[in-house]
Every structure is written in C-alpha cells, then in structure tokens.
Design a protein around this ligand. Structure first.
Ligand code: ADP
Ligand code: MG
Length: 320
C-alpha cells in the first residue's frame, strides 16, 4: 500500500497555548517498505501514527493510503478503514488481561462478524506466525513482554491489513525480546504491505528501508556547535525526558510549561534547560517554541566553560 502524507499539520490547543508537533509534515512510503519514524519523546510520533490510523483528525493536510484520502473518511467508511486497512501495535501491548492469547487475537475478527470457528482457526495460524502456537491458552499476565507484543502483532494482522503501524513497539521490552519483535515487524513489510514503526531508539535504524527523522532540525556549525530550528508550537524537549543539554536562545521565544502552566519564557541571549541536566535529573517541564525559533544546544561542560566563574544557578533558573 502506498502512503502519501502531504503538508500535514496537527495542532493541540490547551486553553491558552498551542502545541503543533506536526507542521507542514510530508512523507511518502511505498508498498513493501519498512519506514522508521525516529525522534525523541514529544516530537509527534504518536500524533502522526494516530492520524494515519484514522484515530486523530489532523488540523490540515492530506493523508492518502492507496486510493483513500483518510482525512475525508467519516462514519462507516472510517470505521471500515480503521478495522480493515490498518493494524495497530502499541507500546503498551493493549491486550485484554482476562482473555487468553488466542481470544485476544480472535476478538477483533468476531467483532467484525466472522464466524467463531473461522476466527479461531485464523487466530491459531496467526499465533503460529509469531511463533506462539504453544502459548494459545496463556493470559497476557503469564507471558513475557516480548510474547505479549507478539500476540499484539498477531492481533493487528487479523484482517491482513496492508498497513501496519507500530508505535514504539519495543519501548517496554528488554534486549533479548526486542530482537524477536523487530524481526517479526521486518518480515511483515512485503509486497502489498507497508510497515511504519516509531521509535526513539536509533539502534533500530539498520532495520529500516527508510528513516524519517522527526526530531527538531539540528544544524551543525564549526563541528561541535549545534543549533536547532523550531517552528511555531514545536516541542524541543518534553517533561520526564532525560536531557543532556542546556540551551541558549538565538532567535524567537521559548516557553517552558508544565501541566498547562507557563513557568517561564526565554528570548534571545537567554539560557534555559533548568538544573536537571546539571544534576542528571529528568526534565521537570516541557519546552516549546511560541514562534519560529533557533536555539543553541550546549553540553553541561560547554555551558560551564562559557559562563566561567558565574554560578550556573544564576543563569539557569531552576523550575520549582
Ligand atoms: N491530546 C493532546 N493534547 C494536547 N497536547 C498533546 C496531546 N497529545 C500529544 N500532545 C503533545 O504533542 C506533542 C507530541 O506528542 P506525541 O505525538 O505523543 O509525541 P511522541 O509520540 O513523539 O512522544 C507533545 O508535546 C505532547 O505533549
Ligand atoms: Mg508516543
């Protein structure tokens, strides 16, 4: 299935402020490809996949999957698209805990009106495809994370969809399990089917036919220096992420927000990034551009060099 996303904009309005994780975003993928959407937390991976899945209606732009304009679908046609055209695999598996592996896989087929025996047979063969034929009767709680994700993949394949969307499918898995899940996803990309996988883990890159970098754009100057361009509403880093850098605003305006409250805003010449990176803590708030902005990323060591004898706390305000 060919995918053509063009000039996509998704905007979230939260009271007084707007986040725009996707701003004039375009992407083309062809049948048989495995496409990797790469970028840190908050860059819009889930937003993009939800738009492709027909779960989220974008603010503007177009999403074509085969001959279908997804943004134009409504009612029954949209329901059918979600059910038959896309198979979705989530970070957190989303299996039903009280049902066996087999029941988790046959449920969507029964819901779509398939006869019980046919659904069961198909569920069996799908579980065999993900090498779980000996786990049919296990409940999710009795399976490892990797096995649960394979059940979720089998479920996503219920209607043999031409488009598979996997949102950070390996985020909750350990090393050994990641491998099996990735190999499975790789195998699903074949003529007639396209697989999109989002991840913040760049180790997955070698697996992909095509890599789309959703991270804010970084320009390198003079080797080490990095500046990042942000469009209006774009997120630079998100609360809870672990950041190694402190930023200097070159142009524009950056707001630091938590729970809908603006904690601080920074203009040209100002540093931000809180004390988290200095102390190795996760970010306590989200930073996003309120207009087109350019920021300069500094390592803690560079930052300390620049400010010389001044105390970091004098320049980088801690966020309460
Ligand atoms: N329903 C929502 N309402 C408001 N903001 C949202 C919503 N969903 C996501 N966002 C914001 O949009 C940005 C992108 O989020 P998301 O697509 O989940 O990124 P990712 O999956 O790459 O971590 C983040 O800043 C996030 O906080
Ligand atoms: Mg996400």
């Amino acid at each position: 299935m060919n995918i053509d996303v063009s000039s996509l904009v998704v905007e979230y309005r939260n009271g007084s402020y707007t986040t725009r994780p996707l701003d004039d975003f375009s992407l083309k993928a062809t049948s048989g490809e495995l496409v990797l959407l790469l970028g840190p937390s908050g860059c819009g991976k889930t937003t993009l996949l939800s738009s492709l899945a027909g779960i989220l209606r974008p603010t503007s732009g177009s999403i074509r999957v085969g001959d279908t304009e997804v943004t134009a679908l409504t009612g029954k046609a949209l329901e059918r698209y979600r059910q038959e055209t896309v198979g979705v695999v989530f970070q957190s598996f989303n299996l039903i805990p009280s049902l066996s592996a087999l029941e988790n896989v046959d449920t969507p087929m029964l819901a779509a009106g398939m006869g019980a025996r046919k659904a069961r047979d198909r569920a069996r063969s799908l579980l065999a495809q993900v090498a779980l034929e000996d786990r049919e009767r296990h409940r999710p709680g009795d399976l490892s994370g990797g096995e649960q994700q394979r059940v979720a993949i089998a479920r996503a394949l219920a209607h043999d969809p031409p488009l598979i969307l996997a949102d950070e499918p390996t985020a909750h898995l350990d090393h050994v399990q990641v491998d099996g899940v990735l190999r499975l996803l790789r195998g699903l990309a074949r003529p007639g089917r396209t697989v999109l996988v989002s991840t913040h883990d760049s180790r997955i890159v070698p697996l992909a036919d095509r890599v789309i970098d959703l991270a804010p754009k970084v320009r390198r100057r003079n080797g080490a220096a990095k500046s990042t361009e942000l469009s209006r509403g774009q997120v630079l880093f998100e609360q809870g992420s672990v950041g190694q850098e402190i930023y200097l605003v070159e142009a524009g305006k950056i707001e630091v927000v938590r729970g809908g409250d603006v904690l601080a805003s920074y203009g040209p010449g100002e540093y931000f990034g809180e004390l988290g990176p200095l102390l190795g803590f996760p970010r306590a708030a989200t930073a996003r551009a309120t207009r087109r902005s350019v920021v300069h990323a500094l390592s803690v060591a560079e930052f300390k060099r620049r400010i010389g004898s001044k105390r970091p706390g004098d320049l980088v305000r801690p966020l309460r």
